[in-house]
Ligand binder design. Structure first.
Ligand SMILES: [Zn+2]
Length: 279
């Protein structure tokens, strides 16, 4: 979401936003925000995380760059996008018991919080919200209301008595920005952290996530929630899969424990729907 906000704000002329070709020159692997340390998942030793563009930062899952973007855009802009993407409120799906997730109130958010929100921490997002927001980022920029029931028919006559259709909630980013994001996320699968979900000819896009768990209000050592959210085909997305692994053992990165399984699910969809490769 931070990448989408960044590109959309740049297109709108916001001087605090960065273009797709901007090179982030702060190549350090850590940031100190109000006394607290934010680290990249890897030590910036081999130069791979140096002088990155936004696309490279996505490929590398480089948290410090998303920290820089969130702080540069500022609280008001970031919250504008968090709200537009549907975070912190129920999606309104046609199913009982939905949670709304947790978003720190804008009035209470600290710079440290904002920095972490930049790479997806400090907010509790429901899986459905993450799917809904990712879909909006790549489908042309429209936040769509998720729904389960397509139609209701009378059991005796088989006549359809009610039909449900896709409903738009709001536009979050322009079609052009959405196209840029989908392409960048396709790059993450082609040659970044999502490459275990790659399927030749099907333009799979996606993003990995690895979050440390909080237990009793503190970061729990060695306890992670690892995920991968993927979609295809990137040029006109139709299918989306979020694969979450709660407390993986041994390996903890979403790229290793989640991405391959999203790839397997996509292969099943391709077989089932007999979808032809695109190139
Ligand atoms: Zn990094």
């Amino acid at each position: 979401m931070t990448a989408a906000a960044c590109l959309e704000e740049y297109a709108k002329g916001n001087p605090n936003a960065f273009s797709a070709t901007h090179v982030f020159s702060n190549s350090a692997g850590t940031r100190i925000i109000d006394g607290s340390k934010i680290k990249c998942w890897t030590k910036h030793a081999n130069g791979k995380h140096s002088n990155q563009t936004l696309a490279q930062a996505l490929n590398n899952s480089c948290n410090p760059i998303f920290t820089d973007i969130a702080l540069s855009l500022g609280k008001e802009v970031m919250y504008d996008y968090l709200n537009k993407f549907g975070y912190g409120k129920a999606t309104g799906i046609d199913f009982l018991g939905e949670q709304s997730g947790l978003l720190v109130a804008e009035s209470a958010v600290t710079r440290g919080d904002l920095a972490r929100i930049g790479f997806g921490q400090t907010i509790a997002v429901t899986p459905l919200q993450l799917c809904m927001a990712t879909a909006a980022a790549v489908n042309g920029g429209l936040l769509m209301q998720p729904y389960l029931v397509k139609e209701i028919s009378d059991p005796t006559t088989n006549q359809v008595v009610q039909r449900f259709y896709p409903t738009m909630v709001n536009r979050v980013i322009s079609q052009q920005t959405s196209g840029q994001i989908a392409k960048m996320l396709q790059g993450v699968v082609a040659d970044g952290g999502g490459k275990n979900a790659y399927i030749e000819g099907y333009q799979v896009g996606g993003k990995t996530g690895t979050a440390q768990k909080f237990v009793n209000g503190a970061l729990a050592q060695g306890k992670y929630v690892s995920s991968f959210v993927g979609f295809f085909p990137a040029s006109s997305p139709k299918y989306l899969c979020l694969f979450i692994v709660d407390e993986p053992q041994g390996q903890s990165y979403g790229s290793i424990v989640a991405a391959p399984y999203a790839g397997l699910i996509f292969r099943e969809i391709i077989n089932y729907k007999q979808i032809e490769p695109m190139e």
